[in-house]
Design a protein. Structure first.
Length: 430
């Protein structure tokens, strides 16, 4: 089917996903080499660093980056971009102060002394993400899908290239860290350059007018009030193994290395297609709701059906042959990661088909209900890992399997709620 004959939705998805696809294929192609250059324990340490960044990134903009799609005028959305950058800068400074003073004690207490010497890279990573997120949302609003696509590609080239180079040079887990930070700098730098050109053309001011920014912050105050805590609980729930396993089970870092590799490879479809579909769905769903409930319901059904059909084949393949696939691609040393993949794949599949529809929470402004969902999920996953390791003395493999099953059940309930918002919910009240 020619590209021009596709619907606008799928043209935008293909454009946005193409860069993500190229980037993730590069990550996938490099996985066998990286798996032989770095040990599972080294991947485990890097995974802990990454978990800290991912968990704090959710709150670095105060949740206002999600609201960027909602103002009627692009100029007003630019005000939110400035607000996000201002909040991210302040938050990064506070993190730098905290981690500079108490970081050594925190990392020693949590059995990861390897992070102590590199702790000041954490606020840098957070600040870069705090700039990247609002720029990404605003460029998505402006339908600059090619620019966003290229940002993913640039990040992947630098991350993979630097990680391979440092690995061949004999570095330990620091090689993975160096590649990650290099990818952040390059990808964020690209978006800054492209957005600055647009802002100059549109004559959008970069002056931080506190009165105007305060007005915008009050207009969308339900996002930091409900949305940011909800998103943090959701993200933190998915990173809990990295924070708890080192202190709960023997050889926790090795298990985390396998878990990190599993998580990275299984999330490829989510990063590659699911996030692209979600970005396009958010932009089109906001317009569809303005046209009427029938249009939003039609878009919801189409998106859910397409996500299911795209994800079911790979899901069944990994569940059937996960260990063999991981051992063949990464090496026999990583067979345990394939075992984890077989158990975690149902959760990843439901996450894939749920992700695009999750933006219905923002469109419907049902952030309070979503907060309760995520609070329950966080508490359940925390109890599974803590009680299982502390009182039932379960091994790492058993904890990860039960943790994955809990995630699958929760995201299934979440999916049903999103369907309700898209198909049957008739109002737009908070």
């Amino acid at each position: 089917m020619p590209f021009s004959s596709l619907s606008e939705f799928w043209r935008n998805v293909v454009t946005l996903a193409s860069g993500t696809l190229a980037a993730q294929l590069l990550v996938l192609a490099s996985a066998p080499a990286l798996a032989r250059l770095y040990t599972p324990a080294e991947f485990g340490v890097w995974g802990i660093y990454l978990a800290v960044v991912i968990t704090l990134t959710v709150v670095i903009n105060g949740g206002y980056e999600i609201a960027i799609m909602l103002p009627k005028r692009d100029k007003d959305a630019h005000q939110l971009v400035k607000l996000c950058i201002l909040i991210a800068t302040g938050a990064a400074v506070l993190v730098a102060l905290f981690i500079g003073i108490w970081g050594p004690w925190v990392f020693q207490k949590n059995e990861v002394p390897e992070l102590i010497d590199w702790r000041l890279l954490l606020p840098l990573s957070l600040w870069l993400e705090g700039i990247y997120q609002p720029l990404y949302q605003q460029l998505n609003r402006l339908k600059r899908y090619r620019t966003l696509s290229l940002s993913k590609w640039i990040k992947a080239i630098f991350q993979v290239g630097i990680s391979l180079w440092l690995g061949f040079a004999g570095y330990d887990w620091e090689g993975l860290l160096g590649g990650y930070v290099a990818g952040q700098i390059s990808g964020t730098g690209w978006l800054i350059w492209k957005y600055a050109m647009i802002a100059r053309k549109e004559k959008w001011s970069w002056k931080m007018q506190l009165t105007s920014l305060h007005r915008r912050s009050q207009q969308y105050r339900d996002f930091p009030t409900y949305g940011v805590l909800s998103a943090w609980l959701n993200t933190a729930s998915k990173q809990l193994p990295f924070f708890l396993l080192p202190g709960l089970v023997a050889q926790g870092k090795i298990a985390l290395g396998h878990f990190q590799q599993t998580q990275k490879l299984l999330s490829l479809p989510v990063s590659m297609v699911g996030m692209a579909m979600g970005s396009v769905f958010y932009e089109q769903a906001a317009k569809a709701l303005a046209e009427g409930e029938a249009q939003l319901a039609q878009l919801t059904r189409k998106t859910a059906r397409a996500s299911f059909l795209l994800g079911i084949g790979p899901t069944l393949l990994v569940m059937a042959f996960g260990q063999e696939l991981f051992a063949f691609v990464l090496g026999e040393e990583w067979r345990t990661a394939g075992y984890y993949a077989q158990w975690l794949m149902p959760w990843m599949f439901m996450s894939f088909i749920t992700l695009p529809l999750s933006y219905l929470v923002d469109i419907r402004r049902k952030l309070g209900v979503y907060l309760l969902f995520n609070l329950q999920f966080f508490i359940c996953q925390l109890l599974i890992l803590w009680l299982g390791g502390k009182f039932f003395y379960l091994e790492a493999d058993q904890l990860i399997i039960i943790y994955g099953l809990g995630g699958f059940l929760w995201v299934t309930a979440q999916f049903l709620y999103f369907l309700f918002l898209g198909l049957f919910f008739g109002g737009t009240k908070k």
